[in-house]
Design a protein around this ligand. Structure first.
Ligand SMILES: [Zn+2]
Length: 108
């Protein structure tokens, strides 16, 4: 799972959220290991990560400190596979598309 390319996904889900997206670099809150790049559509806090918005490898556990950041489930309202994040498990940082591309390339 996860996207190999880093093009903003534009679909009905993005439009539902106003069409505004940002790229976030998601890191382990405990050891600061960078986990993956995520396309966040619209405003609001990060409670769940849609798998089709993750660039790079989908992980529910930090590869370094092994902490579990969330569980894979299906968000029933939209019938989309997600990672439901545990509170405080990850940190996020807005990054540029260029930086995101470099990160995804480097993490393969
Ligand atoms: Zn960690």
């Amino acid at each position: 799972m996860g996207n190999k390319t880093l093009k903003f996904k534009s679909d009905r889900f993005r439009k539902l959220r106003g069409g505004h997206s940002r790229l976030l670099l998601i890191s382990c809150a405990k050891c600061k290991t960078q986990l993956f790049v995520y396309q966040k559509d619209g405003p609001g806090i990060l409670k769940r990560l849609y798998l089709d918005r993750i660039a790079g490898q989908v992980k529910t556990r930090c590869g370094k400190c092994k902490i579990i950041i969330g569980i894979r489930t299906v968000y029933k309202k939209e019938n989309r596979p997600v990672i439901r994040l545990f509170a405080g498990a990850v940190e996020r940082q807005v990054i540029s598309a260029d930086k995101a591309k470099k990160f995804v390339r480097g993490s393969k």
